[in-house]
Design a protein around this ligand. Structure first.
Ligand SMILES: [Zn+2]
Ligand SMILES: [Zn+2]
Length: 107
């Protein structure tokens, strides 16, 4: 736990952005790092929502929201440098709580 060099979380795909919420404010679901980035891309960094709650707020389906935000995230270095830390679907800590097929069409 205290060995920061080894960073065992990395191996388990639990890479998250430091200093941001790790749970959805509304439903309490654990967030993955890409969901954190989606919030940032929408200009939110104080209360984070999961993909599903976010899409509700934006009046879109989760797949639709990903499709509209994906290219934006890729075009912004500050977001993309985090986003691409998940190299593949296997890196998502909660594939059932996400749409990894859609999410990882934006590598
Ligand atoms: Zn939620
Ligand atoms: Zn995810």
């Amino acid at each position: 736990m205290t060995d920061e060099m080894a960073n065992p979380d990395d191996a388990r795909g639990l890479i998250l952005i430091e200093g941001l919420a790790r749970q959805c404010l509304r439903c309490g679901k654990n967030l993955c790092m890409r969901q954190q980035v989606l919030n940032l891309a929408l200009g939110v960094d104080d209360y984070l929502l999961c993909l599903f709650c976010l899409s509700e707020d934006n009046g879109k389906g989760p797949a639709e929201l990903l499709a509209s935000l994906g290219p934006y995230v890729q075009s912004r270095q500050c977001f993309y440098k985090e986003w691409r830390k998940y190299g593949s679907e296997a890196a998502c800590p909660d594939p059932l709580g996400c749409l990894p097929k859609n999410c990882f069409s934006f590598t």
